[in-house]
Design a protein. Structure first.
Length: 256
C-alpha cells in the first residue's frame, strides 16, 4: 500500500481506527473521517505521534453535499483516493415491531445511505483513473436473523447488496468492491449491548433463547482482526477478488 491514499470512515474508534492504523503502518497515507470532530482530531494526532501519515477530517456521511465536499477536500489536499473503507456505523437495538421511525431512519442513514454517498463520491473519481479498491464493513447479521437487531441487520444487508452491485458495474474500470462481515468484535458498540463487562462472555456463549449460537473459536474478534481482513481485500494479494463477502466471526454463523 506504499504511496497510496486511503479514505476510512468511522475512523475515530473501533474497527475504523484499527483499519486507519494498519493501512498507515503498511505505507498508505490515510484520510481518517468521522462525524465527531473532536474525536477524529484526537485519533489522527495519536496516530501521527506514532509516526503514521494520518489526517483527520470531520464529515457527516448522511449528507451527500458534505460527502462531496469531504472528498474534494481530501483529493485537493492529499491526492487521489486509491482505497476506500466504509467503516462508519451505528446500532439501534429493539424488537422490529417496536422500533421507532427515528431508530430505523437513523440506522439506515449511516449504515446504508452513508455507504452510498461516500462510495458514489469516491468511485466517480476513481473511474477516470481506472483503478481503485473499496471495502464496506458490514456484519454477519446481514445474512443471519438476529433478535432485536432488525434495523441494523437490514441496513447492513442493504450496504452489502449495494457494494456488490457497484462492484459489478465498475469492474471493467479496474475497480474492485468487496465486503467484510464481522461478527462480535471487541468495540464500544459490542460492549454497549451488554451490562458490565459481560460482552465477550455473552457473545462466546450465545443465547439459545434468541436462537443465537455462540462463537466456536471461543473468542470475540479484536478490531485488528477485522482490519487485517480489510487490508487484504484492498491489497494486490486480492487483485482478482471483487463482489466478495468475507465473514470474520469465529464461526458464529456456522459458515453459512
Amino acid at each position: 500500500m506504499q504511496g497510496t491514499l486511503a479514505l476510512v470512515t468511522g475512523a475515530a474508534g473501533g474497527i475504523g481506527e484499527a483499519v486507519a492504523r494498519l493501512l498507515a503502518e503498511r505505507g498508505a497515507q490515510v484520510a481518517a473521517v468521522d462525524l465527531d470532530a473532536g474525536r477524529i482530531t484526537a485519533t489522527a494526532a495519536k496516530l501521527r505521534a506514532d509516526g503514521l501519515e494520518v489526517t483527520g477530517f470531520a464529515a457527516d456521511v448522511t449528507s451527500s453535499s458534505a460527502v462531496e465536499k469531504l472528498v474534494d477536500d481530501v483529493e485537493t489536499g492529499l491526492g487521489p483516493v486509491r482505497h476506500l473503507v466504509n467503516a462508519a456505523g451505528v446500532l439501534r437495538l429493539g424488537q422490529a415491531r417496536a422500533l421507532s421511525d427515528q431508530d430505523w431512519n437513523a440506522t439506515f442513514a449511516v449504515n446504508a445511505t452513508g455507504v452510498f454517498h461516500v462510495s458514489r463520491a469516491v468511485v466517480n473519481r476513481m473511474v477516470p483513473r481506472g483503478a481503485g479498491a473499496i471495502v464496506t464493513v458490514a456484519s454477519n447479521a446481514a445474512g443471519t436473523a438476529r433478535a432485536e437487531m432488525a434495523a441494523y441487520a437490514a441496513s447492513k444487508a442493504a450496504a452489502t447488496a449495494f457494494t456488490k452491485c457497484l462492484g459489478l458495474e465498475v469492474a471493467h474500470r479496474g475497480i474492485r468492491c468487496n465486503v467484510v462481515a464481522p461478527g462480535s468484535t471487541d468495540t464500544p458498540m459490542l460492549r454497549g449491548m451488554h451490562a458490565g463487562d459481560t460482552a465477550a462472555e455473552a457473545s462466546i456463549a450465545g443465547n439459545p433463547g434468541q436462537y443465537r449460537v455462540g462463537i466456536p473459536l471461543g473468542k470475540v474478534a479484536r478490531p485488528e482482526d477485522i482490519a487485517r481482513t480489510v487490508a487484504f481485500l484492498l491489497s494486490e494479494d486480492a487483485g482478482h477478488i471483487t463482489m466478495h463477502e468475507l465473514t470474520v466471526d469465529g464461526g458464529a454463523t456456522l459458515g453459512v
